[in-house]
Design a protein around this ligand. Structure first.
Ligand code: RIB
Ligand code: CA
Length: 313
């Protein structure tokens, strides 16, 4: 097997973030150099706590967890307790973590790790608002040339938005940060609502997690039992969209996805469309194609991978 791919996971756990982290820690193809928490679904003190709870659930208390930005770059924080619950990980009962959060700031960890690595060695997996990543780019612009790829869950075009009619939550929380990332010139792979809405946590799929026979599978089922209720009601579907694990599965089996290399710009002026990902899917503008925008997946294979990996923990 080739050397594991070095990744940094930036995250705002969040039930779907938690599943993504479990899969990453269960996959020998990936070397998780660190997990950087950002404010998003719930405030920073909870996202960094939740990241540590998930690392311990995965049997990986050795994982380094860093706390990052508590606020977006220049907007008031918007959180999503109505979706994720007050704790951000409502559903299962998870013990308080023994492992400590690192004393170094997440942005410093990102900058120092990338600057100390060989160019093209590190991939960033962004599962929440892009505040930490944007602050790292502002602190040390040199990292832009050294990052292999940023794979991010965010945005939406054909599916519209989920927090406003125009905007998806991760981009909406910090549109200025998203604009910095989308204009950075870094190789970007985007997992928008257009693909995550095709990855539904049907009852059969949730029960497959519960049947893995380990605590991680049982907790995953309990996380999804809670997480899916909001979207099932909203969309009237069997199960809700499972967003963030698509970022990790892209690294494991990219060929289950389909998309296009297109231009995406971020709305940062109009409050009506603030945080909208304006995706030039039909290439009607001459704006540069700055990201691979994913629209389809093999959802059966996606859930097979998730279940098989979580079963290993
Ligand atoms: O819009 C879905 C995204 O917002 C996911 O990353 C979810 O965890 C929330 O952060
Ligand atoms: Ca998230």
């Amino acid at each position: 097997m080739p050397d594991p791919r070095k990744i940094i996971i930036d995250t705002d756990p969040g039930q779907d973030d938690a599943v993504a982290i479990l899969v990453a820690l269960a996959s020998p193809e990936l070397d998780v150099l660190g997990i950087t928490a950002v404010a998003g679904n719930v405030p920073l003190e909870l996202t960094q706590l939740n990241a540590r709870k998930i690392c311990e659930l995965a049997g990986r208390p050795d994982t380094k967890v860093f706390a990052g930005a508590a606020q977006p770059i220049n907007r008031k924080l918007v959180t999503a307790e109505h979706v994720h619950g007050r704790t951000g990980l409502d559903g299962p009962t998870l013990p308080p973590p023994q492992m400590l959060v690192q004393s170094k700031h997440a942005v410093d960890f990102i900058v120092e790790t990338i600057m100390a690595s060989d160019p093209g060695e590190i991939t960033i997996c962004a599962l929440g608002p892009l505040t930490n990543i944007a602050l790292a780019l502002q602190k040390e612009p040199q990292i832009a040339k050294r990052i292999t790829e940023i794979v991010l869950m965010g945005g939406g075009f054909f599916e519209g938005g989920n927090v406003t009619p125009a905007a998806e939550f991760n981009i909406y929380v910090d549109p200025q940060a998203a604009a910095i990332v989308f204009n950075s010139g870094i190789k970007l792979t985007v997992m928008p609502l257009d693909v995550t809405h095709k990855a539904l946590t049907t009852r059969t799929r949730v029960e497959a997690f519960r049947a893995t026979g380990n605590r991680a599978g049982e907790v995953t089922a309990e996380l999804l039992d809670f997480f899916e209720r909001y979207d099932e009601t909203k969309y009237g579907t069997d199960g809700g969209p499972l967003h963030d694990p698509n970022v990790i599965v892209w690294l494991l089996e990219p060929n289950i996805y389909a998309g296009r290399q297109i231009n995406v710009e971020i709305e940062t002026s109009s409050e009506l469309t603030m945080g909208m990902t304006v995706a030039d899917w039909w290439r009607v503008s001459d704006r540069p194609a700055n990201c691979f925008f994913v629209r389809d997946l093999d959802d059966e294979r996606f859930f097979q991978i998730l279940t098989e990996r979580i079963k290993r923990l």
